[in-house]
Structures are given as structure tokens and as C-alpha cells.
Design a protein around this ligand. Structure first.
Ligand code: G6P
Length: 611
């Protein structure tokens, strides 16, 4: 949440910072601002609204300077407004700070500082930190970087922050505790980003800051130390991102691009890992821990949002194919309820960004208790990827659209590979394993076929765009898909939608069904098909409008349903990879037709780095 960008070098900072903020806008988009160190002091522009509006304001002002910081905000403390937008300045206006995270002891700090005469101009927690730094600097007479370090030792909470000062035009300070921050290393220039998106077009060399670390950057070099003042030598990593991957490539929205990319993102996810000829699956990141995983007493999967839905599919897969008990937890619940985990348990976390605060906290809690922790993560080098014992990358490429699509299918694909690997030579016969692997290898091509339904789904969206509620029903492997379909719709179109296990409908949601309630039913020809047809009958009998999703060649539902979407047949455990795609497209088209901002839905952010 909240995007941070910083630059120090020889280029004009203004355009570079704005471009960086535009690339980071998926992290927050209620207000934005920049501070540039100009010859005559700090130049600051900040305002409520999108980065585009800030760009227009800044463009007119034309800020000159080769050092600066920028921020795009997702409000936590204080509503979106010009005053609450970052950067925040000290009273004298000689340094500026941008912050992502939450200063938990801000109220106590604020009171103390107010008593000392500090006047607050915003409702943010961040401003308390600015005045605290100012206070430490005045009281000690220390240089800014040292005052920042000492102030941070008094802070409780999370931060990724960047600071520039009018008094030192060759100084950029950044620090991290709980909110991601990356240093981009160029030639005579350096970049700060809360993720890699604003850096890729400038440099591939990055240093990942860890919690409790700060970096003092000058044009001639940088120094990383802990906030306890221990100097560190950090490894420089090579970014794998490609610029084209973070651009829209001709599509109107990132979300549509990412939906359409799924055949290739799934090929990339499986590349080098499955071999149909040899009937093998190789997951390099798990080799060392495979025995421990196979003999696990229990696997707990923790995740949030769409990743949690993928985890549910994983539970069904691993239990059915490998016969290992699996429990799925919301990461936010897991960490606070003193979970019973111990010897023989394995925690697996799933996260697209690798930065979700609650998921990261679950990782740390399990590690503290000595449990093996595995990560299924998309973003290479992210905090969760670095802090887990082992894991599997999705290799789905960067996902920019706030509503997750290609990450979900890649997560399910990785979980399918893990389930099959665990089942290999144990719970599946060679023939069953081979057949399952063939089915998995065929998925990208089948996804391509499903994507050709786009026109049909756009037409359906015309009909359903005015609905106020939607119900999604599924059973077995497609129950999590019902949840994901409902989540996609509510996230981007603001239509209220609920996903339910189809049989549970009779225990409540059926009361809501009338002619105004569209019901999407995942009716694939697996072992629950007959039951789900009965559920469709029950909805139809109450005049609900049923949209059924079923297998190619199945005409049996045509008379019962308003619309029938037909997708290719695959093995039951892989069906979520195909069935979710029409639901992604339906949500996308409805949201576009309702005039919603698909890539930046209100109140949401791509990466939830605060609790
Ligand atoms: C946010 C995003 C979702 C995502 C969830 C978990 O809510 O908007 O798309 O599923 O966070 O994020 P993660 O990066 O951990 O998968």
C-alpha cells in the first residue's frame, strides 16, 4: 500500500518521479505528491486525486532539481485530502518525508510533540514522525541522517520511508520496517521504490532493504546500516522484470491484458518443471524439503484475498491426490489466534506480491515456532520469498491490475504441481500420474480456447450490468472458484456478490432468490454434477436467472438456464483453471460497462502492506 519513489542523480527528477508514481499507482491512488530539492529550497506539490492530476499540476510548475521523492497514497490515518497527501514537511520546511505503513504510537508522539509546541497540519500518523525527527535533530544538533536513525528507534509500527532535505542537495535517506523498499543502483544515480515497477526502466541492479535497515544515498555512493547503527554490506540482485511486462501492450486495461496473457503465463509457470515425455515434475525450490513435506503431519496454507481462494483449491488437490491433511487459514486470523503448530506441521503461504503484511506475519510466527515455512510467491526477491525456508515462484510475470487474475491461475497451477509431486509414487499409480500430468500440460491450450468466449461474455455483461446482487455457486473444486468469481465482481464493479458452496444455498441465500437475482452456477461434469443440476432447478423454480458454466457438448442445461457457457473438459482437479476465466471476463466487462475504474478500483490496493 502507498507507493514510494525517490531519485538522486544527474537527470531532472520531476518527470522521473511522476513516471515512477504512475507505475506504482496500483499501490494506492487517493492522493499523490512530490518534493524536489531545488536550488532555492524544497519544491513540493501534493494533492488529492490521481497521479495524472498531479502530473498536470507539476507540469505547469516545472520543478527543477535532480533529487526528489514522490508518493501515491492509500489512506490509513486521515481521509484523502491535499493536507493529508505526502510528502510531509517539518515546520521550517527544510526536509520532506514520504511514508508507507502505520506509526502505531503516533498518538502518544503527537501529544508529546504538541506539548513541545509542534503544530500539526494533517491528520496523518506520518506527520508525528516528521516532527519527531525535527525534534531529535534540534535537541542533539546531529546531521539529518543520524537524527532520522535515532528517531526511528522511538517509533512503534511499520514504515517504508524516504527523506530529502533542502540543506543537503546530495542526500537521500530511506528506511524500512515492515513496508517494502528497494534501492535501484545506477551509474551516478540511485533510485528508491516501494517495489521494482518504477526502477525497471532505469536499472536492473537492486538492493533489497530488510526490516530495521536504512540507506543513506549520495551521488557518489550509498551506505546501508541498521537502525541500531551497524554498517552492512548488501548483495546486489539482478531484476528479472521486463519493461514490456509492466506496460499495457495495446490493451485498454492491465486487467484485460493479464486475463488474456494466461495461456503464456501458465506455460511460463510450467516451463522446465513438467515433462510429459518423462512423466516427471521438477520443482527445484522444493527438492531439499520434499521428504519433510511428504511426511508432514499436516500442511497449513495461509493467504489473503484471491491467494486464499487458490489455497482452498490447493487443499482439495493435496488432500485428494496426495492424501496429506491440509488446513487453509486466513493469514490475518492465523497470526492472532495462537495457532497450534508444531513438529510435523508445514506452513505454506501463498502471495502474489510477497509483501502482504498479514501473510508475512504468519511466516514469521511459524518460523518463530520452528516450523518449516514454504512460499508460493510471484514477485521474485519479495520479502516473503526471502523469509521462507523454501518455495516455488509462479513465474507469471508482474501483475499490475489490482484485481488478481493471472496470479490466481498460476497459483493453482503451482499447487497442482506440488500435489502431483507429493502423490508421485505414493498415492497415485504411474498411469494416473501420467494422465494427470498430460491434463496439466494441456491446460494453456484449453485456456486459449476459453478466452475465445470473450464476445459471448461481453454480450452477457450487457444484460447483467444493472444487477444489484449476484450469487455464485459451486461444489468441490469449483466452490473456491465461486468465491473467486464473486470477489472479482464486487472488487471491480461494486455489485454485491456472494460465493457459496451450492448445497449451502438452501441454508440461507435461497431466501434472496427472485427474478432480479442472477445466479452463476459452476456445473461441470464431475462427481457433483447431478447434485448441482438439482440446485439449478431450485433456483429456476424461484425465477432466479441462472448462468451455468458447464462442459463442452453438454446441452442438458439449455432449457433450465438463461445462459450456458461451455468450456473444454479437463480433469476435475484442474477445472478451476478453466472455469475461473469466464468469470474474470464477465466481471471485467460488467465493470467497464458500469464505467468503473477497472485497474484501480475504489478503496483497494494491489499490495496490502498494512494490517
Ligand atoms: C489485495 C489484492 C488482491 C490479493 C490480496 C492478497 O487484496 O487486491 O488481489 O489477492 O491482496 O495479496 P497477495 O499479494 O498476498 O497475493
Amino acid at each position: 500500500m502507498c507507493g514510494i519513489v525517490g531519485y538522486i542523480g544527474y537527470q531532472q527528477a520531476q518527470d522521473l518521479l511522476i513516471a515512477g508514481l504512475q507505475r506504482l499507482e496500483y499501490r494506492g491512488y487517493d492522493s499523490a505528491g512530490v518534493a524536489i530539492v531545488a536550488e532555492d529550497g524544497l519544491r513540493v506539490r501534493k494533492q488529492k486525486g490521481k497521479v495524472r492530476e498531479l502530473a498536470e499540476a507539476v507540469g505547469e510548475a516545472s520543478l527543477v532539481g535532480t533529487l526528489g521523492i514522490g508518493h501515491t497514497r492509500w489512506a490509513t490515518h486521515g481521509f484523502p485530502s491535499d493536507d493529508n497527501a505526502h510528502p510531509h514537511l517539518n515546520a521550517a520546511g527544510d526536509f520532506a518525508l514520504v511514508h508507507n505503513g502505520i506509526i502505531e504510537n503516533y498518538a502518544a508522539l503527537r501529544e508529546r510533540l504538541q506539548q513541545k509546541g509542534y503544530r500539526f497540519r494533517s491528520q496523518t500518523d506520518t506527520e508525528a514522525l516528521v516532527h519527531l525527527i525535527d525534534d531529535v535533530r534540534k535537541a542533539t544538533g546531529l546531521p539529518l541522517e543520524e537524527a532520522v536513525r535515532q528517531a526511528l528507534t522511538q517509533v512503534v509500527g511499520t514504515y517504508g520511508l524516504a527523506i530529502v532535505s533542502a540543506e543537503d542537495p546530495d542526500l537521500l535517506i530511506a528506511a524500512r520496517n515492515g513496508s517494502p523498499l528497494i534501492l535501484g543502483v545506477g551509474e551516478g544515480e540511485y533510485f528508491i521504490g516501494s517495489d521494482a515497477a518504477p526502477l525497471v526502466e532505469h536499472t536492473r541492479q537492486v538492493v533489497y532493504l530488510n526490516d530495521g535497515e536504512m540507506v543513506v544515498v549520495r551521488r557518489g555512493g550509498y551506505e546501508v546500516k541498521t537502525t541500531d547503527n551497524v554498517r552492512l554490506t548488501k548483495e546486489i540482485h539482478q531484476l528479472e522484470w521486463d519493461l514490456g511486462e509492466i506496460e499495457k501492450g495495446g490493451y485498454e486495461h492491465f486487467m484485460l491484458k493479464e486475463i488474456m496473457e494466461q495461456p503464456t503465463s501458465l506455460e511460463d509457470c510450467m516451463r522446465g518443471r513438467i515433462s510429459v515425455e518423462n512423466d516427471t515434475i521438477k520443482l527445484g525450490g522444493l527438492i531439499e524439503v520434499l521428504d519433510q513435506l511428504r511426511t508432514a503431519r499436516r500442511i497449513i496454507i495461509a493467504a489473503c484475498g484471491t491467494s486464499w481462494h487458490a489455497a482452498l483449491v490447493g487443499e482439495y488437490m493435496i488432500e485428494e491426490l496426495a492424501r496429506i491433511p491440509v488446513e487453509v487459514e486466513y493469514a490475518s486470523e492465523f497470526r492472532y489466534r495462537n495457532p497450534i503448530i508444531g513438529e510435523g506441521d508445514v506452513l505454506m503461504v501463498i502471495s502474489q506480491s510477497g509483501e502482504t503484511a498479514d501473510t508475512l506475519a504468519a511466516v514469521r510466527e511459524a518460523r518463530r515456532r520452528g516450523v518449516l515455512v514454504l512460499g508460493v510467491v510471484n514477485t521474485v526477491g519479495s520479502t516473503i520469498a526471502r523469509e521462507t525456508d523454501a518455495g516455488v515462484y509462479l513465474h507469471a510475470g508482474p501483475e499490475i491490475g489490482v484485481a488478481s487474475t493471472k496470479a490466481f491461475t498460476a497459483q493453482v497451477t503451482v499447487l497442482a504441481m506440488i500435489a502431483l509431486k507429493l502423490a508421485e509414487g505414493r498415492t497415485l499409480s504411474d498411469a494416473e500420474h501420467r494422465e494427470a500430468l498430460r491434463a496439466l500440460a494441456a491446460i494453456p491450450e484449453q485456456v486459449r480456447q476459453v478466452l475465445t468466449l470473450d464476445d459471448q461474455l461481453r454480450q452477457m455483461a450487457q444484460v447483467y450490468r444493472y444487477a444489484s446482487n449476484f450469487l455464485y455457486l459451486g461444489r468441490g473444486y469449483n466452490f473456491p472458484v465461486a468465491l473467486e468469481g464473486a470477489l472479482k465482481l464486487k472488487e471491480i464493479s461494486y455489485i454485491h456478490a456472494e460465493g457459496y458452496p451450492a448445497a449451502e444455498m438452501k441454508h440461507g441465500p435461497i431466501a434472496l432468490i427472485d427474478q432480479f437475482m442472477p445466479v452463476v452456477v459452476l456445473a461441470l461434469k464431475d462427481n457433483t454434477y447431478d447434485k448441482i443440476v438439482s440446485n439449478i432447478e431450485e433456483v429456476a423454480a424461484r425465477q432466479g436467472s441462472v448462468i451455468a458454466l458447464t462442459d463442452e457438448g453438454n446441452g442438458a442445461l439449455d432449457d433450465l438456464c438463461e445462459y450456458v457457457i461451455r468450456i473444454p473438459t479437463t480433469a476435475a482437479f484442474l477445472s478451476p483453471l478453466l472455469s475461473v476465466i469466464p468469470l474474470q471476463l464477465l466481471s471485467y466487462h460488467i465493470a467497464v460497462m458500469r464505467g468503473c475504474h477497472v485497474d484501480q478500483p475504489r478503496n483497494l490496493a494491489k499490495s496490502v502492506t498494512v494490517e
